[in-house]
Design a binder for this molecule. Structure first.
Ligand SMILES: Nc1ncnc2c1ncn2[C@@H]1O[C@H](COP(=O)(O)OP(=O)(O)OP(=O)(O)O)[C@@H](O)[C@H]1O
Ligand SMILES: [Mg+2]
Length: 361
């Protein structure tokens, strides 16, 4: 177990600036998810922690030891790749124990670690097979098993679930989380799937264009996104945005309506262009959801409805701007049906339209 610390980490690939001054402290035993859109630098960051990529600048510390120049095998880390990277000509057992044999670990010790890991992952019966004789989910477990037997201080996962079907992915999500609870090891988990990050991690690091946009617990990021990017990225279905301009203690929305501002947003300055963020669950169709604390009501027709069984998503408009509403305990809705909607004013987000920063005080 170990703390991982990144200090002023930079990575250039030739003239391309892939990682821009990342400072991050990953606490001992925590489960941290690096999340962000494709190409934002998640794998590069993970590979630098693993020692598979050399930082252009900055330092990496693992357990208070500066490992920036330490070879990968001596860092006390084990990585699980999206592709699993199993040796095709080796059996499951050979795949799992290869690293230990190379390192000269005594045979009884190898046997005991293999038994423990394969028991934990329920792959005991597969030890004699080759990777081609395994399902995707089984290969995935073997890849995790290979990391487990090394008993690393830090586990590094790079999108290990993205090759699995939806059902297996959900099941493995829980297993990895359980594994973390049992091992209490530090885990850094890369994913582009915010739901995966939300459900598994204690701490989420949202990245974009080589930078860290925000670090926080899943609920922190959901309730208090620091900027438009995080607001739109965290939460499914995504938050919708309404443009407007501050006029005293209201926001005059493009298209006419006036939305009163919460005291938490007072003193924003007259004439300031803002973007209001509203989550679908905070646009409540009359009689079909949690009645809002402070409600602001409007009447609008539904442009599209998406029945999901337990709920129906209603696409609607306010002054020409799109809003999404979540209808709980749904009844059948057709395009063109008119509803009275209530926006929960206590739960709206206000962002500066130019900088994208949250304006909550
Ligand atoms: N070896 C390399 N040479 C040049 N550019 C690279 C190299 N490796 C990565 N990059 C670039 O650096 C950026 C970050 O890549 P990285 O693989 O870290 O992204 P990612 O966040 O893991 O994306 P994904 O979700 O698609 O896996 C990308 O724009 C990528 O094209
Ligand atoms: Mg990647």
């Amino acid at each position: 177990m170990a703390v991982v610390e990144l200090r002023n980490l930079e990575k250039w690939y030739g003239a391309f600036h892939a990682i821009r001054s990342i400072d991050l402290r990953i606490e001992d035993g925590s489960f941290v998810a690096l999340v962000g859109p494709s190409g934002c630098g998640k794998s590069t960051t993970l590979r630098m922690i693993a020692g598979l990529e050399v930082p252009t600048e900055g330092e990496i510390l693992i357990g208070d030891r500066d490992v920036t120049d330490v070879p990968s095998r001596d860092r006390g880390v084990a990585m699980v790749f999206q592709s699993y990277a199993l040796y095709p000509h080796m059996t499951v057992e050979e795949n799992m124990t290869f690293g230990l044999r190379i390192a000269g670990t005594p045979a009884p010790e190898i046997r005991s670690r293999l038994a423990h890991a394969s028991g934990m992952l329920k792959i005991d019966s597969l030890l004699g097979r080759r990777p081609t004789q395994l399902s995707g989910g089984q290969r995935q477990r073997v890849a995790i098993g290979r990391a487990l037997v090394r008993q690393p201080d830090v586990f590094l996962f790079d999108e290990p679930l993205s090759n699995l079907d939806a059902q297996l992915r959900t099941a493995m999500r829980m297993e990895i989380k359980r594994l973390h609870q049992n091992l209490k090891a530090t885990i850094v988990f890369v994913t582009h799937d915010q739901v995966e990050a939300m459900t598994m991690a204690d701490v989420i690091v949202v990245m974009r264009d080589g930078r860290v946009e925000q670090v926080g617990s899943p609920l922190d990021l959901f309730e208090r996104p620091a900027n438009l990017f995080v607001a739109g990225f965290i939460g499914a279905p995504a938050m919708r945005f309404l443009d407007g301009v501050v006029r005293g203690d209201v926001v005059a929305l493009d298209g006419g309506a006036e939305l009163p501002l919460d005291a938490a947003f007072s003193g924003l300055g007259d004439g300031r262009p803002v973007r209001i963020g509203v989550r679908p669950e905070d646009v409540v169709p009359d009689g079909h959801g949690m009645p809002p604390g402070r409600a602001w009501e409007f009447t609008a027709s539904v442009t599209l409805s998406e029945p999901l069984g337990n709920e129906t998503l209603l696409l609607t408009e306010l002054g020409g701007q799109e809003l999404l509403s979540r209808m709980y305990r749904p009844r059948p809705v057709r395009a063109g049906d008119t509803f009275r909607f209530a926006i929960d004013l206590d739960r709206i987000h206000v962002f500066d339209r130019e900088s994208g920063a949250s304006l909550r005080r």
